[in-house]
Write a protein that binds this ligand. Sequence first.
Ligand code: PNS
Length: 192
Amino acid sequence: MRTEVAELGQECWEELARGRGSLAVVPGSFDPVTLGHVDVIERAAALFGSVIVGVADNAAKRPLLDVATRLELVAGCVADLAGVRVARLDGLLAEFCRAVGATAIVKGLRGGHDWGHEAPMALVNRELTGVETVLLVAAPDWAHVSSSIVKDVARHGGDVGSYVSPDVAAALARAFGRASARVGVGWRGALD
Ligand code: PNS
């Protein structure tokens, strides 16, 4: 893991040396990754040039999807985004940022509830290693979308196609013991 992180940091810094900006980490549980997450990742890449999406194991949160599945689904969603890499986040986020040489942590902010959750973490992360957190206000299209709501809709057999990629919808269907996901026009409509 240590070598992997070092190599990841090296790759990113080589890109920086070629003038691509600086490096940010977009961390999360991504259980599952939503189109709101993808929007934040895309905007972080536009701001910083290089982004590592850190997929936290977070066993304490008892995720629905295992970390390997979450990593694969995030990788699928960001495959077309330049300058974006995906890595497993083990241990402290602040230490991970230091190991890869990230200037900032970027997260989305949907409302007051997110602020209450994010502000203390941002302060602790800065106290730990000096890394700053940049909170991007969620785009109106995604301000109501959360992994928890998506899971709840999927758990009851609803169509989550407006909020997640087809692969994520299929993974949720499998996780809830269904043969296939109900996916409407949402995914296409959301991207067009
Ligand atoms: O998507 P989430 O569940 O809100 O993401 C939470 C995450 C992964 C950002 C947070 O749990 C985290 O930073 N985990 C790594 C361990 C750590 O650094 N904890 C102290 C945070 S101040």
